[in-house]
Write a protein that binds this ligand. Sequence first.
Ligand SMILES: Nc1ncnc2c1ncn2[C@@H]1O[C@H](COP(=O)(O)OP(=O)(O)OP(=O)(O)O)[C@@H](O)[C@H]1O
Length: 450
Amino acid sequence: MSPQAYHPSRALLSLGEEFYDAVAPASFPETVLRFRNDRAAAQIGLATLAGEKWLRHLARFKPLPGTLPGPLAMRYHGHQFRSYSPDLGDGRGFTFAQMRDQAGRLMDLGTKGSGQTPWSRFGDGRLTLKGGVREVLATEMLEALNVPTSRTLSLVETGEGLDRGDEPSPTRSAVLVRLSHSHVRIGTFQRLAYFRDEENMRRLVAYSLSELFGERSDDPVRLLELIVGCTATLASRYMAAGFVHGVLNSDNINVTGESFDYGPWRFAPTWDPAFTAAYFDASGLYAFGRQPEAIHWNVMQLAASLRLIAESDRLIEQLESFASRFQPALADAVLWRMGVLPRDPERDRALARAVERALRATKAPLDQFFFDVFGGDLPASYGEAWQEVRGALSSYPSRKGRDHPYWSGQPCSMLIDEVEAIWAPIAAADDWSSFCGKVAAVRAMGDALS
Ligand SMILES: Nc1ncnc2c1ncn2[C@@H]1O[C@H](COP(=O)(O)OP(=O)(O)OP(=O)(O)O)[C@@H](O)[C@H]1O
């Protein structure tokens, strides 16, 4: 794959000043590169950016040529754990560049931990190094497991001591740059509905349709249809990956259906619908098995916002199609992870349901199961409870063989104990070898699966 040419964009400016605030980055005492994503850099024409130049643009945020003139903190609202907050917006991040990738998609370069903004409230605008390390690990793992996700382009340690309730403090600081297919959140629409701002709502609908979905239309119902489709796909991919995002608030749902914002995420060890990631999610609102419902609920809030400029009946019709789009997407995602090709929608769904039933009943370790079954042959050690799965699978052609070296080792996983074990040597001795080894192992799995 040859590196992509550099295609800067300023599309965001067409939305106008009502959508963001111009802000300045924090000035950090130190900038030490901890992670750079060469694959992602190559896809946006930044393959040759290196050394001091990388830090200048991706930690000190000197504007990149041809794109935004300076950092913009986006304004948005959102439902957090189902209660509405008109008090959000980028409080520790901003968008500072946009580029077209190899597929022609508009990509935003956004930050986390780059300093205070008008939306920081009482926060320091910073990110902990541990938070940054966790975001790298989540994005790498999800990308390998075929979940549409933002990617981490850069993680730079910034030499400050931060006070946090959930980490031994003072704790180390970092600034992260993520590459994502838009930062338009459901909460961006909610804010305009809250202010009954029809003109900007129409503008945001047109921007989303043309810049994010490549459609020449200004129909809000068509936009909702597209968003229902891609968020239903996202929900299905989370399930097949065994991923629990943890905080599926409406300000954390990108309208392109790309997953982002990795705080208290965890991977589920087994198919346990009640498995919860965030310690503050006492009611299990965002538990593993409730994620499709949570995402659908957020899309309902988007539809409610679009009522400002569209008829309810047509919006409701789209909303109601969520389940009928989620089910086949889940079957596709489960089959993909099992390394077999789809046959016909009915049978595929029956197979995926049988897998889900057996995983729940036996509490089989998820990553081990998908490792063992890849290609379509379930080992004999999977007993009685797996009869139905074994029978159904026998007529499925494999999507890919098991000749990659990954298949002669152990399944790669990213359970909470492993994440903590990667962080511990960094905290204790600034030893990054486990972290680097894990990123390489995850990428090897991604190559074996795709
Ligand atoms: N340390 C902080 N300083 C200032 N604002 C913060 C801080 N931490 C979180 N916020 C703000 O609180 C809100 C919710 O935080 P959340 O963790 O969901 O977002 P985030 O991780 O900062 O950003 P993003 O959603 O872009 O990934 C956001 O408005 C965020 O900007």
